[in-house]
Design a protein around this ligand. Structure first.
Ligand SMILES: *Cc1c(COP(=O)(O)O)cnc(C)c1O
Length: 366
């Protein structure tokens, strides 16, 4: 069994993917070729956002968002300590201070109730992370940000591309949405890639300039930028993958439901995360909470089931970040970091594999 099955997906799309790659090899425009614009148009329409700007990775998307907003030394950016490091890394990279706010125990997403107390006059942005594939309470977070002044809300939708929040797509739920096309994400390319979404034309223009060395025209540099383009081949591959993406999203949601039923029915001693009313999760990771995780993980491995831990240590306890933030305990993040375990997940996981994993989890947690 694979933790993430990319081979079955490739087999299902082989003809389309190969043809798309061949077309790029034939025209030879490897950087900012026609597939890049085509992909951005398709994606903007998919999430229903005014603008999509593709970039070299999800990390670059977040970095470019902060650069476009002019965030830097002296500024504070609020985010979750229970996320992949990139979310906080970009805050430190622009010279701002990451301020960690604890998460909800049942969703692992930023706890909006704790936000107000963390906002100061230096707060310039909030980066809620739609972890494991479920959007945060984005309307509530945006409302608090608006109440407290000019605070930008940037959704880290790296894991939630395809998920919905009251009928709207993740990535288009706040002023800026950032996503990743790392191979293991719900929409994954065959290398690195990412994208930003916004309805604000001036911000979209800034993203477009920053991703190519701050150029507004060839060799005319209006701002400091980076080498942050997504390459044409990766856009071409994702154009082919979009042909199956709606099916994959529906199947991921269905597998999430089947996992929940099967784990409950199996009597496994595992706590499930909640998907809140009005939202869907695309389950970038199907993650549950157990006691004695290392032992459980070892037993599942012996049963032939690969697992992973997202994430074993919250960022406020990571050596590089502990020195940047206040030494406040963040108990929910710490509890989750000790207990979470991610089970095999991909759209091509069969129902019988789901049953098999649930039964093995029951055994492993006895
Ligand atoms: C993967 C991920 C990123 C970074 O995306 P890359 O494309 O790997 O740079 C950022 N935030 C979260 C929550 C992620 O899961």
């Amino acid at each position: 069994m694979y933790f993430i099955d990319l081979k079955t997906q490739y087999r299902a799309l082989r003809g389309d993917i190969n043809a798309r790659i061949q077309a790029v090899l034939d025209h030879g425009q490897y950087i900012l070729g026609p597939e890049v614009t085509e992909f951005e148009k398709r994606l903007a329409a998919y999430v229903n956002s005014g603008h999509c700007v593709s970039v070299a990775s999800g990390t670059d998307a977040l970095l470019i968002a902060l650069m476009a907003l002019g965030i830097g030394p002296g500024d504070e950016v609020i985010t979750s300590p229970f996320t992949f490091v990139a979310t906080a890394e970009v805050i430190a990279l622009v010279g701002a201070k990451p301020v960690f706010v604890d998460v909800e125990a049942d969703t692992a997403n930023l706890n909006a109730d704790l936000l107000d107390a963390a906002i100061t006059p230096r707060t310039k942005a909030i980066i809620p992370v739609s972890l494991y594939g479920q959007p945060c309470d984005m309307d509530e977070i945006s409302a608090i940000a608006a109440q407290r002044g000019n605070i930008a809300v940037i959704e880290d939708a790296a894991q939630s591309f395809g998920a919905t929040y009251h009928g709207r797509k993740s990535g288009a739920l706040s002023a800026i949405g950032c996503t990743s096309f790392f191979p293991s994400k719900p929409l994954g390319c065959y290398g690195d890639g990412g994208a930003l979404f916004t309805d604000d034309a001036a911000l979209a223009q800034a993203f477009t300039e920053i991703r190519v060395h701050g150029q507004s025209a060839r060799y005319h540099h209006t701002r400091i930028g980076i080498a942050g383009r997504m390459d044409t081949l990766q856009c071409a591959i994702l154009l082919a993958k979009l042909g199956r993406f709606d099916w994959e999203v529906a199947r991921r949601i269905e597998i999430g439901e089947r996992y929940a039923e099967a784990i409950r029915a199996s009597g496994a001693r595992a706590e499930l995360l909640t998907v809140r009313p009005g939202r869907t999760s695309v389950w970038a990771q199907y993650t549950v909470l157990v006691e004695n995780r290392d032992e459980v993980q070892q037993r599942l491995k012996q049963a032939g089931i690969p697992t992973a831990v997202h994430y074993p240590r919250p960022l406020h306890q990571q050596p590089a970040y502990a020195k940047l933030c206040e030494p406040t305990p963040l108990p929910v993040s710490e509890m989750l970091a000790n207990r979470v375990i991610s089970l095999p997940m991909s759209a091509d996981l069969s129902d019988s594999h789901v049953e098999f994993v649930a039964a093995a989890l029951a055994n492993a947690t006895k």
